[in-house]
Design a protein around this ligand. Structure first.
Ligand code: NAD
Ligand code: UDP
Length: 343
């Protein structure tokens, strides 16, 4: 067997990043829905480097092939163009279900489709997990807490969501996704994980996704006005994507089935964040205030006691360093766009 494995390893072309070589007992077949997106593609990298077989299912609504193109052709990797609203029949050991638009402009673009993705898509994923007897992790969100009345937010807080507001398609979609997950777990005795993800940033964020980090960096790089919505006293807590991916994998591997907050508890006002980014980029942008967004949560900060206790995780990355990496990535992308007229 060892000889077979070493032959197999030697066939991996040298151009791919070095992957660990797991034996057949440890290596898993892992499905990542939404794996061509921002978070998903970093998760793909980590699991590929660990030596697993990774299958990405994505409809490329907000994701891009180039986020995972460095793995295309690798024999442990498969990319399937598929909309998760329709059932899929494959054999897997584990599923990370990330497929869903994540930024407010993206999820509000087609609210009905956002609801379908998070409800019908999640039912399809849970059905697949049940058939394959696979462990499944659902990417939920801090948005399940809505505009929170409790601060910081522990997982025991039920939330404060407007069910008919412009954010409801996403917030309620994710809340139903969680409800479905625990209903399947109870009824079908499945092994489930729920990650409540707080604001995350890093390279491969969609430059035009309208989120605060991408908007501010892009505006600062182009010397345009930095647009703060409302007073700018609303807060968010931002984590670097590498921390999130470590947290997601730790949660999948831990023996803990209740929802877990994954986020960096350092809280910033949006005003502070605008200044921080402008100073790091070093441009001439003015910071301007526009009308506030409807139902914009006013405070957000994770209580990560549960993550520390049950999955032995807490964020390690310095925000400034993460922002610098993200700024470098955006600079590179802008240069690329200029030469290739790519959108
Ligand atoms: P993203 O938009 O970059 O990635 C989502 C991916 O899902 C994209 O590749 C998209 O094409 C794909 N997708 C969307 N609808 C699909 C469908 N119907 N069928 C198949 N694929 C579909 O967003 P992201 O930031 O990488 O977010 C990933 C997950 O994490 C999402 O579920 C999101 O709700 C959750 N999340 C992210 C954040 C964050 O700050 N990034 C915060 C909370 C939760
Ligand atoms: N925001 C802003 N200017 C922008 C984009 C966003 O002031 O150009 C604010 C937004 O109103 C919210 C916060 O930044 O208070 C985070 O917004 P984002 O869309 O990144 O994510 P959310 O946490 O709201 O899902």
């Amino acid at each position: 067997l060892e000889e077979k494995l070493s032959n197999f390893e030697s066939r991996v072309p040298k151009t791919y990043p070095d992957v660990k070589f797991l034996n057949y007992v440890k290596r898993k077949r892992i499905l990542i829905t939404g794996g061509a997106g921002f978070v998903g593609s970093h998760l793909v990298d980590q699991l590929m480097l660990q030596g697993h077989e990774v299958i990405v299912v994505d409809n490329f609504f907000t994701g891009r092939k180039r986020n995972v193109e460095h793995w295309v052709g690798h024999e442990n990797f498969e990319l399937i163009h598929h909309d998760i609203v329709n059932p899929i029949f494959i054999e897997v050991d584990e599923i990370y279900h990330l497929a869903s638009p994540a930024s407010p402009p993206h999820y509000m673009h087609n609210p009905v489709k956002t609801i379908k993705t998070n409800t019908m898509g999640t039912i399809n994923v849970l059905g697949l997990a049940r058939r394959c007897n696979a462990k499944v992790l659902i990417a939920s969100t801090s948005e399940v807490y809505g505009d929170p009345e409790i601060h910081p937010q522990p997982e025991t807080y039920w939330g404060h969501v407007n069910p008919i507001g412009p954010r409801a398609c996403y917030d309620e979609g994710k809340r139903v996704a969680e409800t479905l997950t625990y209903a399947y777990a109870k009824q079908e005795k499945m092994s489930v994980r729920v990650a409540r993800i707080f604001n995350t940033f890093g390279p491969r964020m969609h430059m035009n996704d309208g989120r605060v980090v991408s908007n501010f960096i892009l505006q600062a790089l182009k010397n345009e006005d930095i647009t703060v919505y409302g007073t700018g006293t609303q807060t968010r807590s931002f984590q670097y994507v590498t921390d999130l991916v470590d947290g997601i994998i730790s949660l999948m591997n831990a023996n803990y089935t209740q929802p877990v907050n994954l986020g960096n508890p350092i809280e910033h006002t949006i005003n502070e964040f605008a200044t921080k980014i402008r100073n790091l980029v070093g441009g001439r942008s003015k910071i301007v205030h526009l009308e506030g967004a409807i139902d914009d949560p006013q405070r957000r900060k994770p209580d990560i006691t549960r993550a520390k206790k049950f999955i032995n995780w807490e964020p390690k990355y310095d925000i400034k360093m993460g922002l610098q990496k993200t700024i470098d990535y955006f600079r590179q992308e802008l240069k690329q766009d200029k030469y290739t007229h790519r959108s």
